[in-house]
Design a protein around this ligand. Sequence first.
Ligand code: RRO
Length: 300
Amino acid sequence: MHGLEVEVAGIMLKNPTMLASGIMGLSAASLRRAVRGGAGAVVAKSCSSQPREGNPNPTVIEVPPRGLLNSVGLANPGCRELAEELRKLGGEVPVIASVYGFSPEEYAENAVLMQQAGVDGVELNLSCPNVEGTVFGYREELAQEVVSEVKRRVKLPVFAKLTADAGDVVSVAKACEEAGADGITAINTLRAMSIDLTARQPVLGNRVGGLSGACLKPVALRCVYEIAEEVRIPVIGCGGISTGRDAVEFFLAGARAVQIGTAVLYRGLNVFRKVAQEIAEYLEERGYSSVGDITGMAHR
Ligand code: RRO
C-alpha cells in the first residue's frame, strides 16, 4: 500500500493506525497481537507508580450500538513491572507507553522508567475518568505543570491525552503545547453511566465510567478539528474510529494519525490492517498519493 507512512513527532509509522491505550492491556504478548493485526504503533495500558487492583466489578459493559462503558480504574501492575514487559517488544513497530501519576513528579518518574525501558514515546494520560483525585487534563495550568515536569526529565516525544470532559479542551491543548508537548491525543472516554431497571441501580460497580465507541466519533472529531486550528504540534485522533472512512474524517479534520480501541471488539484484531487498506483505497480512488495530501483539508 502506497502513501500510508506517516511521521508523528519524529516517530515513523508504516500506516497511520495505532492501538489505543487500555484495549489490549499491557503484556508484551497481547500488544504483539495488535502488531500482527497491522497496527502502525501500539499504546500500552496506562500505568501508575504503585500496582492498582482497579474498581469493583462489573467494570466493562456494552453500550449498543458498538460502544463500551468502562470503569476499570487504572488496574495495572505498576510502571516497573510494565517496563519489564515493554522491554520484550523489539523494534517491530513503535511502542508508546501511557503513564499516569497522582502528581506531576509521579508522571515524570514513570515517564523516566518508560524511557529506560526503550519505548519510542510517552503518552501522558491526563484524562482518566475512573480514578479518584485530580484530573490534570481538566485545567490548563495543571496540564501544563505535568507536561513541563515530564519534558524536563525525558527526551522522548511526549503526547498529552486529553478529554472533552474538560471545560475547554482546546485551551488545555494549547497549554500543553506551550509546556513543550510534542503531540496531542484527542480524546479519552467521556464520563457516562448506565442504570439497571430491575435493580434500579447503576450497572457499573463504580456507578460512573468512561464511554467509548461509535457514539464518540462526532465529539472526538470536533475536538480534533478545533485543536488542530490552534496548535502546530501533531494531533492524534481517538474516539469512535472503526473504518477507513472514519479515519479519513479525522485526517481531514487535521489528525496526523488515529488510534483505534473499541472497534477491535467489533472488527477483530485485524481492524488495523482493514482500516489501513480502506484509507489506501480512499486515497487511490481520489488520486491522492499520501495521507499528508488530505491532512487538515476540512479547514480550507
Ligand atoms: O483504567 C481505566 O479505568 C481507564 C483509563 Br486509565 C482511561 O484513561 N480511560 C478509561 O476509559 N478507562
